[in-house]
Every structure is written in C-alpha cells, then in structure tokens.
Design a protein around this ligand. Structure first.
Ligand code: SAH
Length: 467
C-alpha cells in the first residue's frame, strides 16, 4: 500500500524539512503490524515526491488481533484485503512517520509549518465502502481538493472479472502540510469504514484534535463522525456534542449599534446574580457546569465563603482558557486545593458532579440538543442533586425587541432552542414535580413591560427530606 505526496513548491526540497524526513535517507518506522518505509522517488529543486510504503505483516496482524479478524469464514483472518489497502493502518503510519509535521511544527525551518504548499497526494488502493467515488468526492471536495478517481479492476490479467471496490485516487490542493496530514488521517479510515483496533473513548479526542479547524464546518461531518466510530452511537454523539461546543461561538447577535457594549453588561449581570444567589443560599462548595472560559469561577474565587470551587465544561479549549483566566500557574498550592477544572458532559451521568452545595448552569442548556434534555435533567437533578442550582437561559419573548433578529430566529448560531417565559416556567414546574426542587424565577437585565427581561434565571432549591 503506497501513498505519495508531491509538490512543485520552490525549492521543492523543502518537502524534506516540512516532513522532517531527509531526502537522502531511506527510513523505516515500526508499527504494531509491520513497518512503514519512507523514501523519495524524486527530489529536485523543481519537484519532490515522498512515498510512504506500508508493509503490513499479515501474520503479525492475525496474532495481534485474533478476535477482530475472525470473520464469517474460516480463512478470513488470513485471506483479506487489509495488508493491501489504505485503512486505519495508514492513518497510524502517517501519525507515526510524520507526527511533527502533523502537529504543525517544523524544527529545521519553522516558517515552513505555515506555508501553503501546492500538494498532490496519490493513494494507490483506497476502499470507499458504501459510497464509492461519490463518497470520496463528497469528503474531499468540500475541503477544496481536486479529486481524480480511477476504479481499479479486480485483476488486469482477467478483465472479464470486472471492477474491484478499490480506487486509485489523486488529490490536489494548496494547503499547509499539517492540514493535509490531518485530513488524510481522518478520511482514510472513514472511507474504509473499518478499524484495525478497538474503538475507544480516547478516539474522540483524537478525532477532534485532527479535525480542528475543518471538521466543524464540513457539510458531511455527521457522516464522517459516524463512520469514524464505525456507527457506535455513544461515541458519535459525544464527538458531535464536543465538536459543536468547540466551534467558535460566533454571535449573530443582536440589535443596535451598542449591542457590543450592552451584551457584556447583560452577561455580567447574570454572573453577578448567580454569585449572589449562591452566596445567599449559604453554599460552600460550588460547581459551575458549562463553565466556559471561567468568568464566573473567577468571581467565585474572590469569595471566601466558597471553600471548594469547581468548573466543568465539555470543551477542552474553553477549559484551557479558564485555566489561563484563573492564572492557574500562579496560584498557591492552597488555592489549587480549593479549585478544580475538569472536562465532562452534562448529558452523561458523572459521579464527579455529586456532593456540591451549589451549582451554576449559566447560558448552557440552550446549547444542548432538545432530545438530550431529558438526559441532562437526570444528570443534574437526579444524580448530582446539589442543594441549590442557579440556571439561566435567554428569554425568547424578548427577541421581539431585537430589530436584527427576524421573527422566530435565535440569538446565537449554536442555540438549539430559546424558551419563552411561559416555556421556562413550565419546564421548572415539571422539574419541581419530578425531582422535588422548589424554584423561583428571576428576570436578568433591563425589564420590558410587555416582553420581560432579556434573560431569565431559575434558582432551584432541593426540597429537603427527600434523602
Ligand atoms: N457558563 C459560561 C459559558 C456559557 S457558553 C458563561 O456563562 O460564561 C456555553 C458553554 O456550555 C460552553 O462553554 C460549552 O462548551 C458548554 N457546553 C455545551 N454543551 C455542553 C455539555 N453537554 N456539557 C458541558 N458543557 C457544555
């Protein structure tokens, strides 16, 4: 199985720098199931081409992975296409052979990491299960590639046997090397629709890391995720949720030229109110669920009443920002004891969310898919069950006052729903009945007589005696 990457960038020999592979050396890296060889079929100043040749050992493969390869017929583990086609083995080889380039670094000539190269990739045998050429095009063309596909015959000596299910594919595009490698890393196994190893939870992070900057906007992201996880619904769903949360929070916001000034003020008001309610409830240990970049955490940190302050978010990049905002590195050991940040999802039961006096869930629920709300409710009100919960969400009634919002549209591109005051009240009422929480709903922001305030906050208090 052969993959080549060629460029006409001048000098073309820069390919050796950007991929960290010296053109004069034949190199090999060891893989769990064989080796990958790296060499340059051509390398001049005008044109250079690097080849990655996979040499999969079919015996290693059977030894290492008996259960997976034992298929529907007795010899399947010995007789199959795996050693000869581009598959997840190729992704592993790419990641291993070109890890520095894939991470967007170039030690020899750092500036090359950001250079857009004219690149052509040839993949000698690419499967495209359930989709064929259309699928190959649907995956690569939205990323800007020109795609050329040739379907391979089963055996050139016996043309009457017809065509195989494999393609020789050429992809041409101008882009950074790290982008190219990330695209290949994800798309090859997606096309193959199979994996040589068991899909584990850690794959979610890998996919999101390699998909950063492009997967979120890909028109077929759902299909890519589904196939990447071999149709495993739990993983796909988590990956989708995390991907949505990682997308830049692009505000389609809201009315008037002073929106930019108004908006932070409104948000500040929400956070102040949340803090005040938690203080008044006498909470000592608090958790901010969907803490984002940690604005509220920073405010809570200043209050000595809070002895334990924890932030949780689904988005790793938001947590990194929170860490920075809290000046984590400069914190004393005692402060570090007092505070904690971790990645998690509000739609999966999690013991780490239990045992707190208070929880804040500020402008988060409208980001959850409506069909995941039930899971969210159980996670928070049935399992975590803090004494006090402050939860805020936009008031959709108020949208009528935002001139730039057309009727029925929402304030933010990632909002899945926005509730009117009546809908929010109905929901909290349901929570009260189902999970024994009293509630009080407070307006947040400037009050309009007809439409209420821009945001609404419920302070939910666990009805005692329910233990
Ligand atoms: N509470 C913060 C951030 C609000 S933005 C504040 O008021 O400033 C919404 C946040 O919810 C984002 O940081 C997003 O990553 C997070 N989020 C979205 N879905 C989530 C989920 N399922 N579990 C946990 N956090 C989630």
């Amino acid at each position: 199985m052969l993959l080549t990457i060629s460029t006409t960038h001048q000098p073309a020999s820069d390919l050796g720098y950007v991929l960290h592979k010296h053109p004069d050396r034949f190199q090999s890296v060891k893989l769990a199931i064989g080796q990958a060889h790296i060499f340059y079929p051509t390398c001049s100043d005008e044109e250079a081409s690097i080849a990655l040749l996979l040499d999969v050992d079919p015996i290693d493969m059977v030894r290492g992975n008996k259960r997976k390869m034992s298929g529907s017929f007795a010899l399947q583990q010995y007789v199959n296409d795996r050693p000869y086609v581009a598959s997840s083995f190729m992704s592993v080889a790419i990641a291993k052979a070109f890890s520095t380039a894939m991470n967007g670094r170039c030690t020899g000539k750092p500036e090359l990491a950001d250079v857009v190269f004219p690149l052509q990739v040839k993949i000698s045998v690419l499967p495209a299960a359930k989709g064929g050429e259309n699928l190959i095009r649907a995956l690569f063309e939205p990323l800007g590639y020109s795609v050329d596909c040739k379907r391979l015959t089963l055996d050139e000596k016996f043309p009457e046997w017809g065509e195989s299910r494999f393609y020789e594919v050429s992809l041409t595009h101008n882009l950074r090397m790290s982008e190219l490698l990330s695209h290949l890393y994800v798309m090859i196994p997606v096309l193959d629709n199979d994996k040589h190893y068991y899909v584990a939870e850690s794959e979610i992070d890998k996919l999101l890391e390699k998909g950063e900057g492009w997967l979120g906007q890909h028109p077929h992201k759902e299909q890519i995720i589904k196939r990447y996880f071999l149709g495993l619904k739990g993983f796909s769903r988590k990956a989708k949720e995390q991907l949505a949360a990682n997308e830049p929070q692009e505000e389609v916001d809201v009315s008037e030229a002073d929106a930019a000034i108004k908006k932070p003020r409104l948000h500040q008001q929400r956070l102040e109110l949340a803090k005040k309610q938690l203080l008044e409830a006498g909470a000592k240990t608090v958790i901010d669920l969907g803490c984002g970049e940690g604005k509220l955490l920073r405010m809570l940190k200043k209050e000595s009443q809070f002895t334990k302050i924890v932030g949780m978010d689904i988005s790793y990049s938001e947590l990194l920002k929170a860490k920075e905002r809290l000046r984590w590195e400069e914190m004393s050991d005692r402060q570090k004891e007092r505070m904690d940040l971790f990645q998690g999802s509000l739609t999966y039961k999690d013991d780490r969310l239990s045992g707190f006096d208070g929880a804040a869930i500020i402008e988060v629920i409208e980001h959850l898919d409506e069909n995941r709300l039930k899971a969210f409710e159980r996670v928070v009100f049935e399992h975590a069950r803090p004494k006090t919960i402050v939860l805020s969400t936009p008031n959709a009634d108020y949208n009528a006052l935002y001139e730039q919002l057309s009727a029925g549209s929402m304030r933010h591109s990632d909002h899945r729903f926005e509730w009117s005051r009546a809908e929010f009240k109905a929901w909290t009422e349901k929570i009260k009945g189902k999970y024994q929480y009293d509630y009080n709903i407070l307006p947040v922001g400037e009050l309009d007589e007809q439409y209420g305030a821009p945001s609404q906050m419920a302070v939910l208090t666990r009805i005692e005696n329910d233990n």
